[in-house]
Design a protein around this ligand. Structure first.
Ligand SMILES: CSCC[C@H](NC=O)C(=O)N[C@@H](CC(C)C)C(=O)N[C@@H](Cc1ccccc1)C(=O)O
Length: 677
């Protein structure tokens, strides 16, 4: 196994002014997507000696992503598969003594919990569930496992219908909906009303015991170190659907089932975890101000909820994925800083340090943040390590000794050795509106020569409270490999800079984020290698909002592809899957009470200015930004006589990139449209 040493903070990737292509290599192309392999969810054993990780691969024949579990030692030796085949294995968790792992798999046809004894390799499914398990957690003594499943509630019955005569072929029937959430992006069928409940099962199998009840969702279970109780979050007010963002922390005694509510401030209380010494509870969240962006902080409190303290005051970046250090004196956490996904360690007094940078995800789409890690009792850790130049690999380190991060896998070595990729260069530009500086990246084509003139694509991220960064992005690499300079930025509203920057667009979106995008375009055009007659603009979701807004404000773009946009906030909040959240947090009134507020921020209000040839592109089953949003814009453009087309991607939700062929279609239609103009 070849080991690569990576410095703790990898310096930023500056493009050489003149990129040389290797004649032995070929440019990255559509079908190459199927050859990529990604490391995800690395789980280090409690003694820090072995890492189990999830390997993602793609099957060109079935067009599916499949996952298997692999094992490797901390030294990089003994790299071997735990599972194989295309059935899907994931969410591995080590037993506290490191003798077993539990994981989920659909090997038996439906998703079940499996346990594997690591010394012998003996493996067995220990459940026989009718619904998929999640959130697997070993009890501290290793005898039991907690998990959650979604249990359907009783369905409404409004009509007494006659049965068809025997042998008759009638139409399917009707779908009766009376719950608040009846569609969720990613689930193509209408949702059944269901609630997430916590179950306990012996690690050797048998009948599971249901711990929670009622028509409430119970999430994020975790054990107390003595194994006598568990923590979880739930909104048991009875109004959780229409009044989101208000889950509280509960402690339940395992033996008696007695439940105590520990928190009561209005707002989300995420992932509660008890310190190994049993003294504190840590959780992530905020006190709800009913606006779109609210910084997620890290809190600690005593076991009974007293002495609540926010310990992440100095960070000003969202905290997620917390893990107590073994000595109960600090916590590990994930955060994004200036478009870079990081692992940090924070002491109880709020002092924090970066443990590792450049964490990566398994996305084949655009360069959004994220990543995964785990930490052993002795401070050894494993991360999913990203880079702009290759898919995510596995890396390890040792926090107490500040050991340099060591990359253990090189699953994509042959891929990177045989492909010419675009090169990512960072830039900052002063805002033309105020004192903010706007961060962006230029992805230049493999054979880039700055003395030549290139077409340019501005690609805009969604969220809007997310961030792009110098991360591997097959979607944008495909555009670069076809000869485009691709520019992407983090306009105001993006996370990973400051609360002030992210919350600027609270109930004010889109606004000066548009100016930030244009400042970035001006900056890159001024570098001298962009053909100003071939400026193109695209973006998805929130990026669809901003790209349609932009062509209503300027005609500088030769063509636009507006992907899965919101075009009309009034119709959006009454058709989108998460409508209670959007209506209550992104606007101050309901649409019928203040339609002006909705219209003035809707791209449809500017469609009368648009002359730019525009393609709409949307997944046929997009329930986040419904197809009707794209249709409104398409029909308005047609009525105005503007060149327009609309591409509906079959079998696609909002996450078009979750199926490789749909991602390929998305890029091919975007580039096909731009080539026309
Ligand atoms: C609690 S915030 C809910 C909004 C959510 N945020 C996640 O990023 C979201 O879906 N935002 C949309 C725009 C909104 C519906 C107007 C969005 O821009 N999505 C982004 C990010 C994303 C990527 C993959 C799956 C879900 C969201 C996008 O599609 O690029």
């Amino acid at each position: 196994m070849k080991k690569l040493l990576i410095l703790l903070l990898v310096p930023l990737f500056l493009a050489s002014p003149d990129q040389k292509v290797d004649a032995q290599k070929t440019n990255f192309d559509y079908l190459d997507i199927y050859d990529l392999q990604y490391v995800d969810d690395p789980q280090i054993s409690p003694d820090g000696n072995t890492i189990i990780y999830v390997r993602h691969q793609f099957d060109v024949m079935t067009d599916r992503r499949y996952t298997n579990l692999w094992s490797i030692s901390f030294s990089g030796d003994n790299h071997k598969p735990i599972t194989s085949g295309k059935l899907g294995y994931g969410t591995p968790v080590w037993s506290p003594d490191g003798s077993r792992i539990a994981y989920t798999s659909s090997e038996d046809g439906s998703n079940q919990v499996f346990v594997r004894w690591m010394d012998s390799g003996a493996t067995s499914s220990i459940t026989n569930l009718t619904h998929s398990p999640g959130n697997l957690q070993w009890s501290p003594d290793g005898t039991q496992l907690l998990f959650t499943i979604n249990i359907p509630a009783e369905q409404p019955k409004i009509a007494n219908l006659p049965s068809p005569p025997e042998g008759a072929e009638w139409t399917e029937g009707a779908t009766v909906i009376d719950q608040v959430y009846y569609q969720a992006d990613g689930s193509f069928d209408t949702l059944e009303e269901s609630y997430s409940h916590i179950y306990l099962i012996s690690a050797e199998g048998g009948a599971p015991r249901k711990l929670t009840d009622g028509n409430y969702d119970h999430s994020s279970p975790s054990w107390a170190p003595d194994g006598g109780s568990i923590l979880f979050t739930a909104d048991r007010s009875g109004n959780a659907d229409l009044d989101p963002n208000n889950a509280q922390i509960y402690e339940m005694n395992i033996e008696s089932g007695e439940m105590t509510q520990i928190t009561n401030k209005r707002g989300p209380h995420g992932s509660p975890k008890i310190s190994p010494d049993g003294q504190y509870i840590a959780y992530t969240g905020y006190e709800d101000q009913f606006v779109g962006y609210q910084l997620t902080d890290l809190y600690i409190m005593n076991r009974d909820g007293s002495n609540l303290q926010k310990i992440s005051d100095d960070l000003d970046m969202d905290v997620s994925d917390i893990t107590w250090a073994n000595d109960s004196r600090s916590l590990y956490f994930r955060y994004d800083e200036e478009g870079n996904s990081k692992l940090g360690n924070i002491r109880l007094n709020g002092d924090y340090v970066t443990v590792a940078s450049n964490l990566g995800t398994s996305s084949i789409g655009r360069p959004y943040g994220g990543g995964a890690y785990s930490v052993a009792d002795n401070g050894r850790f494993a991360i999913s390590l990203g880079s702009p130049d290759r898919p995510t690999e596995l890396a390890v380190g040792h926090f107490p000794t500040r050991m340099a991060i060591t990359q253990l896998t090189n699953l994509n070595e042959l891929f990177t050795e045989s492909k010419n990729l675009g090169v990512t260069t960072e830039f900052w530009v002063d805002s033309s509106v105020d004192d903010f500086e706007i961060h962006g990246w230029i992805l230049t084509p493999p054979d880039f020569d700055p003395s030549q003139q290139y077409p340019m694509i501005l690609e805009i991220h969604g969220g809007p409270h997310t961030n792009y960064g110098p991360r591997f992005t097959p979607e944008l690499q495909l555009m670069a490999s076809k000869g485009y300079v691709v520019v992407y930025t983090n306009p105001r509203g993006s996370t990973s800079y400051s609360t002030e920057f992210a919350s600027y667009i609270n109930q004010n979106y889109p606004s000066e984020d548009h100016n930030d995008l244009m400042d970035a375009v001006d900056y890159v055009v001024d570098l001298g290698y962009i053909d100003e007659d071939r400026l193109y603009i695209t973006g998805g979701s929130g990026g669809g909002v901003l790209s349609s807004w932009a062509i209503g404000k300027t005609d500088r773009f030769a063509a636009a592809v507006v992907a899965k946009p919101v075009i009309n906030w009034y119709s959006f909040v009454l058709t989108a899957d998460m409508y209670p959240f959007f209506a209550k947090y992104w606007f101050t009134e309901y649409p019928w009470d203040d339609p002006e507020q909705y219209l003035e921020r809707s791209p449809i209000s500017l469609v009368g200015n648009v002359t730019t040839p525009t393609m709409l592109l949307v997944g046929e089953y997009d329930y986040r930004t419904p197809v009707s949003e794209s249709q409104q814009y398409y029909q308005a453009l047609k009525l105005r006589g503007v060149d327009a087309s609309m591409v509906k991607i079959s079998d696609s939700s909002h996450s078009i990139a979750s199926t490789p062929s749909n991602l390929i279609r998305k890029v091919a239609y975007i580039l096909g449209w731009f080539e026309k103009y």
